[in-house]
Each structure stands twice: as C-alpha cells, then as structure tokens.
Design a protein around this ligand. Structure first.
Ligand SMILES: *Cc1c(COP(=O)(O)O)cnc(C)c1O
Length: 459
C-alpha cells in the first residue's frame, strides 16, 4: 500500500503508543507531551514505531531535566580557567559546602551569647593567622573587594595609580572604570613603562584618599621598564598620612616556588612590608571558592565592613564554609600538593602527563581515523587567572589534524572541536594554527574520557 502523503500521527496517538510507556514513567506526561510536540515539529517524517521517535523524545526530556552548568573536561591547557570555573575545590571544602547548604548553621549567630554574631568571623581569624594581618574581611569576589576598598577609603578623593598598572582583567573589569563607579578619582602616575617615586610624590596632595598598587596580573612590561618598590610606597604613604593598598589579584598564601612553580607575591610578605590593606581572590592560586579577601589594618577593615555596600557584597554560607575548609588545608602547607586540587594540577610533571597521553593515544586514534591524525606532543600549560602570564608549565597532550589537509580542512577541524564540545561530558580543547590541541594536565577522569570517545561523531 502506498500512502499519498505521509502525515505524522497525532500527538495523542503517539502518547498512547506502547513504546512511549517507559518514557512516561520516567518523566511524567506533561514533559513527554512537550517533547513529542517538539520532535513532531522538527522531524515530520520520523518513524515512531521503531524507536527513533521515542528515543528523541527521551533525549529531549533528559536535556530538560538536567541542571547546569555542564561538567566538562578542561583540556585547554589553562589550569585556573575563569570561563570554566577556576579552581577545583578540595574534598573537605565540598563537604563543608554540603553541610552548610543542607541545614541551619550558626552563620551569623553567637552561640555563647545567643545573639547575632559576626558572619565570617572564624574565616577572618584563620586569614589573620595565615597572613599576619590584624584583620580580614571576605566578600563575593576580588572585584568587589577592590570596589569596597575604593568606595570606603577614597570616595570623592584621589587615588594615584601607575600608568603601567591600569589593568583590564577581562570582561568589564578595568581599573579606571571600577575607580569611577566606586566614586574615587583616578590620578594617573608616570608612564606605561616607567614610573618613579618622584611621580608618586608629585601626585600626592591634600585630596589623596589612598595610594594603590595593582598587580599586573595578565601582562608584563619588559625592556626599558621600572616600577617603584612596595617598601618605598609604604614610606611615602606614611609620610603623607594616607593608607597604602595593594590589589594582588591572584596572590598566594604560601610561596609556590618551593614546588617548582613561578613565584607569585605572597600575601604575608606584602603585609610584612607594611601594606595597610591587601586584596586578592579566593578561587585563583588560593584554590578555594569564588571570594574576595581583604586583609590588613583593623581600623581600615572595620570601616570597610561598616560600608553599607558591604551588604550587597557579603558572601553566602556555602562560600564561607568552603573557604574556611580550604584555608584549613594551609595549616599544613607541606601537604598542599596532595590536599589542594589546584596545586595537584599545577605540579603534575610533564612525564606523568605524557604517560597518560600514551595510554589514551590508541583509543583517540581509533575514534578519529581515518578523517584525522593524532599525535602525542609536548605542550605548555598556563596557570591562568592572571598568575604569571608569560611563564608556562611543561605539559603534554594530543595534536589533532585533518588527515587530508586540502580544501575545507579548517572547517572540518572546527567541526571536530564542536563535536568534542557536544559530547555528553564536553571536551574543551584549544584550536591554534590549524591544530586542535588537547592538553591532558587537567584530565581528571581518564576512564570517563575514554568512554566518552564512543559518542564522538566525526564531521
Ligand atoms: C583577578 C583580578 C581581579 C578580580 O578578581 P575576581 O576574583 O575575578 O573578581 C582584580 N584585580 C586583579 C589585579 C586581578 O588579577
């Protein structure tokens, strides 16, 4: 029998088909009905009897029930990748978050007096111990810490900053714009490549609210360049009776160079040099949750805490719990390469990563042939998040190229990168000079990666 026109069965007919019963049980009638409508609209000639249609409806429902953000494999080579969530948390930090999330806690309640307590008080004490500072305050992120600092200490007042330090962190964080929105007046000092003490001296006056040094997180100025030492800025600020603050950006609580990593400024050292306030991030080198941390002079931290803007920037209970648990790991610094996941990743040896690549090579080659070639190659990872932008860590991974480098090969490679991104657990690599690189430094589940390759659809 030949049908003149193949009209799809009605939605109600489809819903009544035996093949749909299991899907009903899993997802409920309402969502399944929506799924059927969607699939019928997009695939008018689909076969509902043999399972292709029901399978698509099931996929529709699963996608709808899934909650984001998607877990991915970060094979970009950038360890603290801002777009991929920066530092992975340590197990005790995850447990602490779950405890805080699942029931009431004495978050802002003093158990001794039975009255309202100080949110983040325990975390502050720990930060004081770890940095040698008199006081500490936690906010939502370092951008908030800088905003609060400027708005509290330099509202309608001048803030001299070296022209070499007017950073853009990415997104909308540009130091001059933040200054303006915080109500402070930026006074540009010196030149892009060279700033001298005399330049700062000239800029300081009765209208100065704060002297600020900003860590040039994501760039370096090399060649004919000079900046003023922190110790000299401390002396200058004291002589003029203005506070001296340092925005460290990433900052580190311990000197990571002892584990062969490039040296980043250590918060305790900047405090010891005499900085009145230091701001840094919780989820960069510290390896904790997104947070902004201010440490320094008690009187200044008190003023910041009393700023009404603080209420708009205060961290939630999960953040404080995770931060406290992460900081607890720093009480035993020798174990950090084992206990702090971010440091585990940063200190992985190239030899170890190469071994992992060799182990996976044949599986990947199998999934990619004959359209693409794959090779194990040495790579250079980056720390990321504005720590040491020009220093790299020896790493290893895969270089993937189209087997036929003729016309359209660029497009095929871009499509392959997209196919990796569309795997059930997406794989994010980096496309550079007509090669798709997968840096294995941050591969956290080899078996899941291997299993995922089965779903890769070659373009
Ligand atoms: C990263 C960074 C910031 C912003 O920190 P977030 O935690 O991303 O808000 C501010 N200043 C500097 C120098 C930075 O490197």
């Amino acid at each position: 029998m030949v049908e003149a026109t193949r009209r799809p069965p009605s939605v109600d007919t489809i819903l009544g088909m035996p093949a749909m019963a299991g899907i009903h049980d899993l997802f409920g009638r309402r969502l399944v009905k929506e799924g059927v409508r969607d699939i019928v609209r997009r695939h008018s000639d689909i076969d509902w009897a043999t399972g292709k249609g029901p399978a698509l409806v099931e996929a529709f429902c699963r996608t709808r029930m899934e909650s984001g953000p998607h877990r991915v494999f970060n094979l970009t080579g950038t360890v603290l990748h801002t777009n991929l969530g920066r530092a992975p948390l340590a197990a005790p930090a995850i447990e602490a978050m779950m405890r805080a999330a699942s029931g009431p806690s004495a978050l802002e309640y003093d158990l001794t007096s039975g009255r309202r307590g100080n949110r983040g008080g325990d975390v502050a004490l720990r930060l004081q111990r770890l940095t040698g500072a008199e006081a500490a305050l936690v906010v939502n992120n370092n951008a908030a810490a800088v905003m609060l600092l400027l708005n509290t200490l330099a509202l309608r007042r001048q803030v001299p900053v070296s022209r070499g330090e007017l950073v853009e962190i990415g997104g909308a964080f540009r130091m001059p714009a933040i200054m303006a929105r915080a109500g402070a007046r930026l006074v540009e000092v010196g030149t892009t490549n060279r700033t001298h003490l005399a330049d700062y001296e000239e800029a300081l006056g009765p209208g100065t609210g704060l002297l600020l040094k900003v860590h040039t997180s994501n760039y370096v100025i090399q060649g004919f360049a000079s900046a003023v030492e922190e110790a000299e800025l401390v002396r200058l600020a004291r002589a003029h009776g203005v506070p001296f603050a340092v925005d460290l950006g990433s900052g580190a609580l311990v000197d990571f160079s002892r584990w062969g990593l490039p040296r980043e400024p250590v918060v305790a050292e900047v405090v010891a040099h005499g900085a009145d306030l230091v701001t840094f991030s919780g989820d960069k080198l510290l390896g904790g949750p997104q947070a902004g941390i201010v440490v320094g002079r008690a009187d200044l931290v008190r003023r910041m805490a009393a700023n009404p803007m603080m209420r708009a920037m205060r961290p939630d209970k999960m953040t404080l719990a995770a931060l406290d648990a992460t900081l607890a790991l720093y009480e035993d610094p020798d174990s950090l390469p084992r206990t702090l996941p971010a440091l585990c990743l940063l200190t992985r040896s190239a030899a170890d990563i190469t071994r992992e690549a060799r182990d996976l090579e044949s599986d990947l080659a199998c999934a990619l042939t004959p359209a693409f070639t794959v090779e194990v190659v040495p790579l250079e990872s980056q720390i990321g998040s504005g720590a040491q932008p020009v220093t790299t860590l020896a790493s290893a991974g895969f270089a993937i190229c189209p087997a036929d480098p003729g016309r359209g090969s660029d497009r095929r490679l871009r499509r392959l990168a997209a196919a990796f991104r569309h795997l059930p657990r997406p794989v994010i690599g980096s496309l550079r000079s007509r090669v798709l690189f997968l840096d294995l430094r941050c591969l956290d589940d080899r078996d899941a990666f291997r299993a995922g390759l089965r779903d890769l659809e070659l373009p």
